[in-house]
Write a protein that binds this ligand. Structure first.
Ligand code: KIV
Ligand code: ZN
Length: 498
């Protein structure tokens, strides 16, 4: 019988730290419920002391899910732990994740401390957390660059203090797979009492080795993997859940099994990508748009003869069912509701009616409506409560003429209109908008991306606007990319007020 590998999902903590990926509490609950359906063992729901929003999300997620353990992050600081305990009060199964940096770099520059004092602080934090919860995980931040002998001393001390899980993060994504595996093996072989705790991997992808390092850790004795959906996370991201789950499913030689229902992987990936406005790269393993697309003639020929010639996994195993992906203008409300529920969104009544109306409008402009479009439509009513809304936009542009835009805005119920010219249609539209919203704001980043393919596609726009020394992220999606750009700009402005 294979060992159990526990899946610890940190999409809502390490993943959500990514600029522009912030979710509100309702969205976090939606993701948490989907993670429960997916079968994750632990949901890291936030870092409660970091903000009232994180605190509240941990409370609400604790109420919303039943089976997974809800975990809250802290530093090795009593106040952090007190706040985490309060945030976890409604969780049926709760865990505190506390820790401290253990590499010489962290000890010297972050803490201006020494190795012995760091052990004392780690031990004190675990002991303090143990007063409130049974399940305490300790992280040795930057363990990837911590020397193994010292790391073993830290791990031994915190297990003695009561840690049930010991997390060995490769915080900077520096380790080679062999090196990371050897680190885990060293702990298995040198730490007294290691059998009383579960060793956890937590790998970052700075050099593209997060998945390889995690697998190496598992092969050497780790029994929990910390992962995120689509591999989102700080900088180049964290290990992606879908890759680990499918590697374990495909490679029977790895002696572990997970509780993941792999058919929920694709809907979860789409949901997270859509809510976080974070596109999945087309060639992303397991969940990318091209992951199962065979374009070369030789491959297509082979796949038609026997699908296993070029496919090592069945798309259905990850929840991709090609026949049901595309909806058209002739699809009914029931088909839309079914597709939404496959994608993890349960919707009925007035809300469904609204999304269905928007769906029909889009289907008139685009022949085929894919999952990304549907998720975009389902998220579109998030703008309903916005202070500033785009009422109309008209743009004239072309070759040999200076682009001109006129715009109508609803600002808290009051109607405004303005017109401007610019060096392109987006520039003209934004200048017109700035004639109404007279604030000192600077566009810092602007990306346009097609959701799927075809000239009738929906364009997604991500923007970053600086206002009053702060950066705000906005998102827009529309078949008209100029309208999508203006929507994204307005999305940024609506955030100034929060
Ligand atoms: O990467 C890291 O070290 C972390 C810890 C806070 C667990 O995210
Ligand atoms: Zn991390």
């Amino acid at each position: 019988m294979d060992d159990r590998l526990y899946i610890f999902d940190t999409t809502l903590r390490d993943g959500e730290q990514v600029p522009g990926c912030q979710l509100n509490t309702v969205e976090k609950i939606q993701v948490a419920k989907q993670l429960e359906l997916l079968g994750v063992d632990v949901i890291e729901a936030g870092f409660p002391i970091s903000s009232p929003g994180d605190f509240n999300s941990v409370i609400e997620i604790s109420k919303a899910v039943t089976w997974p353990t809800i975990c809250a992050l802290t530093r090795a600081v009593q106040k952090d732990i007190d706040v985490a305990v309060e945030a976890l009060q409604y969780a049926r199964h709760k865990r505190i994740h506390t820790g401290i940096g253990t590499s010489d770099m962290h000890i010297k520059y972050k803490f201006n401390s020494n190795r012995e004092e760091i052990i004392e602080r780690g031990v004190a934090a675990v002991k303090y957390a143990k007063r409130f919860v049974e399940d305490v995980e300790f992280y040795a931040e930057d363990a990837g660059r911590t020397d193994n002998e010292y790391l073993a001393r830290v791990v031994e001390a915190v297990i003695k203090a009561g840690a049930t899980v010991v997390n060995i993060p490769d915080t900077t994504g520096y380790c080679l797979p062999e090196e990371y595996g050897a680190k885990i093996r060293y702990l298995v072989e040198h730490v007294d009492g290691i059998d009383r705790a579960i060793i956890s991997t937590h790998c970052h992808n700075d050099l593209g080795m997060a998945t390889a390092n995690t697998i190496s850790g598992i092969l050497n004795g780790a029994r929990q993997a910390e992962v995120t959906i689509n591999g989102i996370g700080e900088r180049a991201g964290n290990t992606s859940l879908e890759e680990i789950a499918m590697i374990i499913k495909c490679h029977k030689s790895i002696p572990v099994q997970t509780n993941i229902n792999t058919t929920k992987i694709y809907p979860t990936s789409r949901m997270v990508s859509s809510l976080m406005n974070m596109p999945v790269q087309p060639n992303k393993a397991v969940v990318g748009r091209n992951a199962f697309a065979h374009s070369s003639g030789i491959h297509q020929d082979g796949v038609l003869k026997n699908v296993q010639t070029y496919e090592i996994m069945d798309p259905k195993d990850v929840g991709i069912d090609d026949n049901s992906i595309v909806l058209t203008a002739r699809s009914g409300r029931a088909a839309l509701r079914h597709r939404l529920s496959v994608l993890g969104i349960d919707m009925d009544g007035e809300r469904l009616d609204k999304v269905y109306e928007a769906f029909l409008r889009l289907a008139d402009q685009k022949k085929e409506i894919g999952d990304d479009d549907i998720l975009m439509l389902a998220g579109a009513d998030r703008t309903a409560g916005h202070h500033i809304k785009l009422k109309y936009l008209q743009v004239t542009s072309g070759v040999g003429v200076r682009p001109v835009a006129s715009i109508g805005l609803d600002v808290a119920g009051e109607q405004f209109e303005a017109a401007a010219s610019g060096n392109g249609p987006v520039d003209a539209a934004i200048k017109a908008l700035k004639c109404i919203i007279r604030r000192q704001m600077t566009l810092k980043e602007f990306t346009i991306q097609a959701i799927s393919k075809g000239s009738d596609d929906v364009g997604k726009v991500h923007m970053q606007v600086e206002y009053d020394g702060q950066l705000y992220y906005g998102f827009g999606a529309n078949t008209d990319i100029i309208a999508a750009s203006v929507e994204a700009y307005i999305d940024c402005i609506n955030k100034f007020r929060k």
